[in-house]
Ligand binder design. Structure first.
Ligand SMILES: [Fe+2]
Length: 433
């Protein structure tokens, strides 16, 4: 896989800064306590070999706890040397991770550990190597601990988020929100565990560390459960999509395409990554209620009778009722329920107007109509892209939200004169009346 140029420059920059920091810290005056480097280094290696994949890219581990303990016990020199072991994860070797990822991993570990240890020492933190921690130390040590943990968290998660952003063309903040926001409470727990690990090491030596491997494995399991849960969610959504398509073969691929358009519009509108995810699920399942409409009506060639049309109009309500039963899909119900509302209040189910209609539903309406018009259905053949764009614009303000259409046209790379198309459409309509 070819790396984007900005990602190459970024990795190189992080590596150079990390190398300079490493040289400064490792060569600074003072003895190196090698047993400490080896023990904490091996623990980091073990933790990195048992990482848990993140939802999108990258992986998370409990190495922070181990490195944080090394910082508290020994200070910068030993901690930064131990952090280098983070580059040698056994799983990465098995998976043949490319060299630039190994370099990036090692660099961001050295950077986060080195800076966090400097912050700890300079903020007045005590090294626990030969004295351990007593309760009397706590008011004074609290601030250095907090600042050091925050430094590690910020450098670690943002350096990875920027790399993800460059490789996937996202904004770094979005990449961070999606991959790391949920980790904040865990990070505090891992920092507290780091303090305990440091104290146990000072009091009981290497043997005491074994006692702590269990809670760390439990913490790892929590990450794993989260990841598996996401997998289960995606499986549920995929099977529901298949059920819709089985009922209405003409819509094969429709849900995926609507989800793709909706996602791009949302990104263009600068929506948050967690909102984009809700919208994607809503788009995949917007017509789930068609499972409650008979095949005869769905696949009918020719005009629907009034009763049949009423039945079709029930599909958002049926959809909401199906989704109500699935806890993690409750957040998509408003978008599914309102995806056939029109801006002028003449749509269904509730006849909502303008901004009363949820933004996600307004996005779905545009993505859904565009795909419906550009694909062939039993009752009509498909239209060309230009014709569909004109149709969407001419319904601006009446059926569709103009901001959404503008964002969509940017996605499609189409430029259009809105005023001209809208006035032409109005003229046509008044002549027709
Ligand atoms: Fe629909």
């Amino acid at each position: 896989m070819a790396l984007p140029a900005k990602l190459k420059v970024y990795i190189l920059a992080v590596a150079v800064v990390a190398a300079l920091l490493f040289i400064c810290l490792a060569l600074a005056a003072g003895e190196i306590f090698w047993p400490g480097v080896l023990l904490f280094g091996l623990l980091v290696l073990l933790s990195e070999s048992l990482t848990v994949d993140l939802p999108r890219t990258g992986a998370i581990s409990v190495s922070f706890t181990i490195l944080f303990a090394a910082i508290l016990v020994f200070g910068p020199k030993v901690a930064v040397l131990a952090s280098l072991f983070g580059a040698i994860a056994l799983r990465d070797i098995r998976r043949r991770v490319p060299w630039y990822r190994v370099i990036f991993n090692a660099s961001q570990f050295v950077l986060s550990t080195g800076m966090a240890s400097l912050v700890y020492v300079n903020a007045g933190g005590i090294l626990l190597f030969d004295r351990g921690l007593s309760f009397a130390d706590f008011p004074g040590i609290f601030l250095p601990l907090l600042l050091s943990a925050l430094t590690f968290f910020i450098l670690n998660t943002f350096s990875i988020s920027i790399a993800i952003a460059f490789s996937e063309d996202l904004s770094p903040i979005n990449a961070w929100l999606f991959n790391f926001k949920w980790l904040i409470p865990n990070y505090f727990a891992l920092a507290a565990l780091g303090v305990i690990l440091a104290q146990v090491y000072v009091m009981a030596g290497a043997a005491g560390i074994v006692l702590l491997v269990m809670p760390l494995l439990v913490a790892r399991e929590t990450f794993n459960v989260y990841r598996k849960l996401r997998g289960a969610y995606e499986g549920t959504v995929r099977s529901l999509v298949k059920a819709i398509e089985a009922k209405d073969p003409y819509t094969a691929g429709h849900s995926e395409r609507v989800a793709d358009y909706a996602e791009k519009i949302a990104r263009q509108l600068g929506m948050r990554e967690d909102e984009v995810e809700v919208l994607k699920y809503a788009a995949l399942l917007h017509d789930v209620g068609k499972m409650g409409v008979t095949k005869k009506i769905l696949n009918k060639i020719g005009q629907l009778s009034d009763t049949e049309y009423k039945k079709v109009q029930e599909h958002p309500v049926i959809g909401a009722n199906i989704l109500k039963e699935i806890e993690f899909l409750k957040s998509i119900i408003p978008s599914v329920f309102h995806h056939h509302e029109h801006l002028n209040g003449r749509g269904y189910v509730d006849g909502l107007k303008g901004e009363e209609i949820p933004l996600m539903a307004r996005i779905l309406a545009v993505a859904d109509s565009y795909d419906a018009m550009t694909s062939t259905r039993p009752y009509r053949v498909s239209l060309g892209k230009d014709e569909v764009v004109e149709e969407l614009i001419s319904c601006c303000g009446e059926q569709f939200d103009r901001t959404v259409i503008e964002a969509f046209l940017k996605v499609l790379g189409v430029e259009a004169d809105f005023e001209e198309i809208i006035s032409k459409a109005r003229e046509g309509r008044s002549k027709g009346e």
